[in-house]
Design a protein around this ligand. Structure first.
Ligand code: CP
Ligand code: NVA
Length: 332
């Protein structure tokens, strides 16, 4: 499998074989790290730019630790710390950074921006989240499912909440490619766009998987292996939408009732950060305004044995290591 020089922009660009290769490489790199094997020569001498136009904990730390472990150097550009978009176009930024860096991570708003960056940079560009997709999260999520279930094909994967945004889109594409049974279980307004649903249904026909949309929680969660959710209001969306999201998505909260329809060993997943208690500023503000203690997932489920969210978070680092190594690493 040769992914050298490739960009990592969205899951639609990759075949099932390539995705499986990245998942297995992530597992191998994780095992090496646990064994204490040095990975310093995998990317020694490489310089990486990390551009974040939105905030991050996991993605930024994963890129930094992965780079340090593999001997690469990083520069972090925060949402206010560069000229990007304000005084300099994406195309010009790409041509400047491409002269200095061997690889560029970009987290921002429209997918078009990361695509433009990749077009002009001349070095691999990795999408660290856009409004439309979150591909590095996909490798971590699938890696985590493989660790817990020993397989991906045939897994019933239910996504609840806002399925129209980066997480819902990317999970639907990835599950379809990998022969999984993907269900978007939410109110119709929050279904992914129909062109993407149709494309994924075609992909699933080839892979032996399926893509289903339903607004019925009992039918959607029936015999689920994994129930997944994400925040109801994503980064960059206006605060004004909280009220309607709470009203419209509360029936699709991940709670004990939803899990009562799932398989006995079903797992809970979430890309994080999550609103499951009142230990966040926004959680408290929402509580004061709307009187609720949690949003997309109850604290009971989040803290339960079913929850594998911190395995998932750890795996962001191992899988980002795999993506960088596969596209830019030194030949071993
Ligand atoms: N899951 C995820 O991308 O987390 P961060 O926003 O903290 O990077
Ligand atoms: N949908 C969320 C994902 C965060 C990792 C957002 O875009 O804010």
């Amino acid at each position: 499998m040769d992914l050298k020089g490739k960009n990592f922009l969205k899951m639609l660009d990759f075949s099932a074989e390539e995705i499986n290769y990245l998942i297995d490489l992530s597992l191998q790199l994780k095992a090496e790290k646990k064994q204490g094997k040095s990975q310093k020569d995998y990317m020694s001498g490489k310089n990486i730019a990390l551009i974040f136009e939105k905030t991050s904990t996991r993605t930024r730390c994963s890129f930094e630790v992965a780079a340090y472990d593999m001997g690469a150097n990083v520069t972090y550009l925060d949402p206010s710390g560069s000229q990007i978009g304000k005084k300099e176009s994406i195309a010009d930024t790409a041509r400047v950074l491409g002269r200095m860096y061997d690889g560029i991570e970009y987290r921002g708003f429209e997918q078009d921006k990361v695509e433009a960056l990749a077009k002009y940079a001349g070095v691999p560009v990795w999408n660290g989240l856009t409004n439309e997709s979150h591909p590095t999260q996909m490798i971590a999520d699938m890696m985590t499912i493989k660790e817990h279930f020993g397989k991906l094909s045939g897994i019933k994967f239910v996504y609840m909440g806002d399925a129209r945004y980066n997480m819902g889109n990317s999970l639907m594409v990835t599950c379809a490619k990998l022969g999984m049974d993907f269900v978007a279980c939410t109110s119709e307004k929050y279904f992914p766009e129909s062109w993407l649903v149709e494309k994924c249904q075609d992909i699933a026909k080839q892979s032996g998987g399926s893509v289903t949309l339903t607004d019925d929680v009992a039918a959607g969660c029936k015999d689920a292996d994994v129930i997944y959710t994400d925040v109801w209001v994503s980064m960059g969306e206006p605060d004004a939408v909280w009220e309607e999201r709470i009203k419209e998505l509360s029936p699709y909260q991940v709670n004990a009732k939803a899990f009562s329809y799932a398989k006995p060993g079903a797992k809970f997943m979430h890309c994080l950060p999550a609103f499951h208690d009142l230990n966040t500023t926004i959680g408290v503000q929402i509580h004061e305004k709307f009187g609720i203690d949690c949003m997309e997932v109850t604290d009971e489920i989040f803290e339960s044995e079913r929850s594998i969210v911190f395995d998932e978070a750890e795996n962001r680092m191992h899988s980002i290591k795999a993506v960088m190594y596969a596209t830019l690493g030194n030949v071993r």
